[in-house]
Design a protein around this ligand. Structure first.
Ligand SMILES: C[S@@+](CC[C@H](N)C(=O)[O-])C[C@H]1O[C@@H](n2cnc3c(N)ncnc32)[C@H](O)[C@@H]1O
Length: 260
């Protein structure tokens, strides 16, 4: 339970984890889940014991498992009841010192049941449009049903607005998001998502490049990529945003935000 596979904290803006962490109940099976090292780094960097973390698109629970191991309280939500069950099961282990992790079915666009300024950190990982379909169209509110970039970003903006509201001032919101390719050209999904977070009022703190490993389709696509002159996408962006303090002088940060 405490073997962290030689985990060492990251200190640059390029993160690469060829060996995915497999400590505690982490399980790589949930499609598109992120490596425990991502959650561990972000939680250790931006919170302390007893703080409260929100992951409103929790999937199989990577963020909440790490929150428990690091004695942070956390709330996880997912639109898909199957993901919520997986997370509940993954949290069935004992850890000391104790902390509280709750998980429920819910839509990340509607956090009205949560108070303003109530979380010390948001860490989340939306679907990358419809690259992985999490509910095969059976759950209409599942963002992985959306194939249009502007429509997807409109929904992300609703989430960003809610996250800004529930995060405490001067605290951080980290989002892992990747790009995709259509018609042999890059679709700048991550940069569009970043713009929506800036639009609602967040300030950009970091753009961390996360190197991808073990992509099952890489070999299959290699010859086609060479023939059609495109490169296979092997990175994602981990954007870290900050919520400004009330009345904070942001003039020095004018290039890290969108002006009012
Ligand atoms: C990339 S996965 C998250 C994986 C997670 N980081 C992990 O490590 O297991 C994205 C999740 O977003 C969920 N989701 C999609 N639309 C949602 C919505 N409107 N509200 C909440 N969750 C949503 C999907 O069900 C899926 O589990």
């Amino acid at each position: 339970m405490t073997d962290f596979n030689n985990y060492t904290p990251e200190y640059t803006t390029v993160w690469s984890f060829p060996e995915r962490g497999n400590w505690a109940t982490h399980n790589p099976k949930y499609r598109g889940n992120f490596a425990p090292q991502i959650a561990r780094n972000i939680i250790e960097m931006y919170t302390k014991k007893g703080d409260s973390i929100l992951d409103p698109m929790v999937g199989a629970g990577t963020t909440l498992i790490e929150a428990k191991l690091l004695a942070r309280n956390a709330l996880g939500m997912d639109i898909n009841p199957e993901a919520v069950e997986l997370t509940k099961n993954a949290l069935r282990f004992k850890h000391h010192p104790p902390s509280e992790q709750k998980v429920k079915v819910g839509d990340a666009r509607d956090l009205t049941f949560l108070k303003d300024n109530s979380f010390d950190l948001v860490l989340t990982h939306p679907p990358y449009m419809n690259i992985i379909k999490y509910s095969d169209g059976k759950i209409p509110a599942d963002l992985s049903n959306i194939s249009s970039l502007p429509k997807f970003c409109d929904e992300i903006e609703k989430i960003a607005k809610e996250l800004l509201r529930v995060l405490k001032p001067d605290k951080y919101c980290a989002i892992l998001i990747g790009e995709t390719r259509k018609g042999k050209h890059m679709v700048p999904l991550a940069f569009n998502v970043m713009q929506r977070f800036l639009k609602v009022g967040f300030v950009l703190k970091e753009d961390i490049i996360k190197v991808q490993h073990h992509c099952t389709s890489t070999e299959r696509w290699r010859a086609k990529a060479m023939r059609d002159k495109f490169y296979l996408i092997m990175h994602e962006h981990l954007f870290v945003f900050r919520k400004a303090r009330a009345g904070e002088d942001l003039s020095r940060l004018k290039y890290s935000r969108l002006n009012d």
